[in-house]
Design a protein around this ligand. Structure first.
Ligand code: ZN
Length: 349
């Protein structure tokens, strides 16, 4: 009886234990599944969020403004698409990279003009293309497209066949050039610079005098009419009214000793007289440039004028001399925001 009673009791206990074990294992597995599901969802959602983040954030581009400017404006500053591919800070999409963007004086707004001008003038370097387009020299003929100078109180002032002075422009407070009572007048800065140049010329055995300074637009119109007909595809001798540097009061014509304008027959610096050679070598020290050089007539639009000097300030004149920049067009094309004031500080250039 006891054994009979014991056997069913043991069987019931074993059965209870088995059921309990199955229940424990089931709960354990369920718990594992629950934990697994929890972790799957926990890590899946941030992944989806990350994916949508990538999709909504614009991919980095090779926009011109993101390309670091080249430290040197020299001809070796060109950048090829191959160079950009090697740049780890950019992505693989080089289709939007401009081949001109490496230049510090690159203007994104002029990019189409750079490409069009480079295609039309394949003999130019990319460097030349950019600075020439910057000052609107991408024209077939001089005077084809004309822009009015917006700020005439900025110096230096680029006045040429492309850039004209506003109607009625006349500088204030002009003074006599050769002496205080002179009818030939210019702005005070240019006169002070000329007198400095003249003192130095006297020390070198020469004596400079000026035959023309400020000139009105009306006077310039008379001079221009005498030159008709004018071929605007070639460098000229006389500017149209409103396009003459003489109207700025910053340009002076040097009188040669007994022979009209100084070195008026010269076609290159090799042809200059001793005084002309001296001016050519020393004008920049006093803030002047030889504005219409013999080797930049296709840029300036004017024939070689060794007698015509233009005041740009000693810092810009010295910089152009040191850098071998042969025209004011090139200087402004490379330094579109330069003024005499901000160029006095080399760190601010
Ligand atoms: Zn002149």
């Amino acid at each position: 009886m006891n054994q009979q009673n014991r056997r069913p009791t043991r069987r019931r206990r074993r059965t209870r234990l088995s059921v309990l074990g199955i229940a424990v294992v089931t709960v354990f597995i369920a718990a594992l599944l629950a934990i697994a599901v929890y972790f799957i969802f926990r890590f899946e959602n941030p992944c989806q969020s990350q994916t949508s983040h990538v999709e909504t954030t614009p991919a980095p581009t090779l926009a011109p403004t993101q390309t670091p400017p080249h430290p040197s404006p020299g001809p070796d500053a060109t950048t090829t698409p191959e160079d950009n591919n090697n740049n780890e800070t950019t992505n693989n999409d080089t289709t939007s990279a401009s081949r001109f963007a490496a230049f510090s004086f690159f203007d994104p707004a002029r990019e189409e003009e750079y490409y069009a001008f480079a295609a039309r003038r394949p003999e130019l370097t990319d460097d030349e293309v950019v600075w020439m387009v910057n000052v609107h020299l991408n024209q077939e003929n001089f005077y084809d497209v004309i822009f009015t100078i917006p700020a005439t109180d900025t110096m230096p002032l680029l006045v040429n066949p492309v850039w004209r002075l506003p109607d009625g422009f006349e500088p204030d407070n002009m003074v006599g050039v050769n002496n205080d009572d002179d009818n030939i007048v210019a702005i005070p800065e240019a006169v002070a610079a000329f007198r400095s140049l003249r003192s130095a010329s006297r020390a070198a055995g020469f004596d400079l005098s000026i035959t023309s300074g400020f000139r009105t637009a009306e006077r310039q119109a008379t001079l221009f009419e005498r030159q008709q007909p004018v071929d605007t595809s070639r460098p000229m001798a006389v500017a149209k009214p409103h396009h003459s540097e003489h109207q700025t009061g910053r340009a002076l014509d040097i009188w040669g000793p007994g022979s009209g304008l100084m070195d008026s027959q010269a076609t290159s610096s090799a042809d200059l007289s001793p005084v002309g050679t001296w001016v050519y070598a020393n004008a920049h020290v006093h803030g002047f440039i030889i504005r219409y050089g013999y080797d930049v007539t296709h840029i300036t639009g004017f024939i070689f004028e060794p007698w015509h000097i233009t005041y740009v300030g000693i810092h810009i004149a010295q910089y152009m001399h040191d850098m071998g920049i042969r025209s004011l067009e090139e200087f402004v094309g490379r330094n579109p925001n330069a003024t005499i004031a901000n160029f006095a500080n080399p760190a601010a250039r």
